[in-house]
Design a protein around this ligand. Structure first.
Ligand code: HEM
Length: 430
């Protein structure tokens, strides 16, 4: 149990927690900043006045905060200068070496050639053809979940719809029983919930989750290693990274990164989209009038939600970004959340518009990242969102947030932990 998820042997097991600096007018590392009502005004101030802003850090070295779309994209596209390799620190604000004595490579935290090996090995499961094979199963699951709440008139959207939808894809991709999704979700929540007492209440709780995950992976490996199967975990067992197969810790690390990538993105995007449709009734009306808009609306839902708030790179050499000198070794944190509201790219960036992407000229968003780390799962994400809302808006067309969402406390994932929804009850069978 010594990998980047949690390493109890580290002198400061609490390092992953983000300590906000009350004395700083803007501290993007502060998880509470990301729940503030004025956060988008503050991001706009940064984009307008200090687009590569030095964010000091209590207990850390500080980082450059990049907030404009073009600069964020430029960083993601210049891997020779901006690395996310774990040996340089990785892709979180904290350094991997500060949270584990036993760091392991994964797809998010390697540079080429190892990153290219990860990508090539996973690619076959992520082609348009491979994704299309999952569509009917996802629709059946979605219908079953909607049928489970339809006659009640209200639901807790996250636990009754969003979580099982997201976890369901994960268990499909990993070829696991759907019921195991409950534990996968619990572990995933613990791993990203560093700053949230509901998701990661204590060091002991976190240790328990890592231990359970490790045991679970050990069981799967026993049955799958050498099996010739093509699920994501078995594919990891066949990989050569740093000239050797991944060891047990490396396999656990990669398994965990994968469950986080799948769970903590689509789930929150669909919950945030319910809030957006509640806040923008005219946009809901457009969708209800023409459900063929849904594949385009899915792109706007993702731009609007931007579930992965930031990613981090480390400068490999002295460089200049938007006029700002950056030194080799500096942390450079790209704020996808801000880039996706940049009015330089979309004059109406603060408007939620379900038909924005009907025009193929509409500038693409960057919620899926860009460059060599561009999200491998984007097709699955758009398909799940499209299928869910096609079904939901037919059966429960007036589904709406009944109260403000309960937000995850995080600077990394724009999560919604709970969302009460109301709708006109109907008799519906899947
Ligand atoms: C709305 C949903 C999603 C969003 C917004 C999203 C966002 C992202 C972003 C921003 C990155 C790049 C991270 C970086 O810059 O360091 C990424 C990478 C990745 N995502 Fe997604 N993701 C979503 C859904 C998914 C799903 C459903 C899966 C799996 C089925 C997935 C698997 C991955 C993988 C494997 C990578 C690593 C790619 C690489 O480094 O080459 N994602 N995602």
């Amino acid at each position: 149990m010594t990998h980047a998820l949690f390493d109890a042997s580290m002198p400061n097991p609490g390092f992953r927690r983000s300590i906000g600096d009350a004395g700083r007018p803007i501290d993007l590392k502060d998880p509470d900043f990301h729940g503030r009502a004025d956060q988008y005004d503050r991001f706009k101030d940064l984009r307008d006045n200090d687009p590569v802003f030095w964010n000091g850090d209590v207990g850390g070295s500080g980082f450059w905060a990049v907030t404009r779309f073009d600069d964020v994209e430029a960083v993601t596209r210049d891997r020779a200068t901006f690395s996310s390799d774990y040996k340089r620190g990785g892709m979180r604000i904290f350094d991997v070496k500060d949270v584990t004595s036993n760091p392991r490579p994964d797809i998010f935290t390697t540079d080429p050639p190892d990153h290219t090996s990860f990508r090539k090995a996973l690619q076959p499961q992520f082609t348009a053809e491979a994704v299309a094979l999952f569509r009917d199963g996802i629709r059946r699951r979605v219908r079953r979940l909607i049928a489970g709440v339809a006659d009640k008139g209200h639901a807790e959207f996250v636990s009754e719809i969003a979580s099982p939808v997201a976890a369901g894809l994960l268990t499909d991709l990993l070829e696991l029983p759907e019921a195991d999704g409950v534990n996968l979700m619990k572990w995933s929540n613990a791993f990203i919930g560093d700053d949230d007492d509901d998701y990661s209440p204590s060091v002991e709780y976190r240790i328990g989750c890592v231990r359970s995950l490790d045991q679970y992976v050990a069981g799967l490996l026993k049955e799958r290693t050498g099996s010739g199967r093509n699920d994501v975990l078995t594919v990891f067992t066949r990989m050569t990274i740093e000239n050797a197969p991944l060891d047990f810790e490396g396999l656990c690390e990669n398994f965990a990164s994968f469950i986080v990538a799948t769970n903590e993105t689509v789930r929150h995007t669909i919950s945030r989209s319910i809030v957006a449709l509640t806040d923008f009734p005219a946009e809901r009306a457009k969708l209800r009038a023409d459900l063929t808009l849904m594949p385009f609306a899915a792109k706007e839902f993702v731009r609007w939600a931007t579930p992965l708030i930031h990613s981090r790179r480390t400068a490999t050499r002295d460089t200049v970004l938007a006029g700002q000198a950056i030194k080799e070794g500096d942390k450079v944190v790209i704020w996808y959340k801000s880039a996706n509201r940049d009015e330089r790219r979309w004059p109406d960036a603060m408007q939620f518009r379900v038909d924005r992407y009907r025009s193929s000229d509409a500038p693409a968003h960057i919620a899926f990242g860009s460059g060599i780390n561009h999200c491998l799962g984007w097709r699955y994400a758009e398909m799940q969102i499209t299928v869910l809302f096609e079904e939901l808006l037919q059966v429960l067309p007036d589904i709406r947030a009944a109260s403000p969402p309960k937000l995850l406390r995080s600077n990394f994932i724009a999560g919604i932990k709970a969302l009460d929804v109301d709708f006109t009850p109907v008799a519906y069978q899947a």
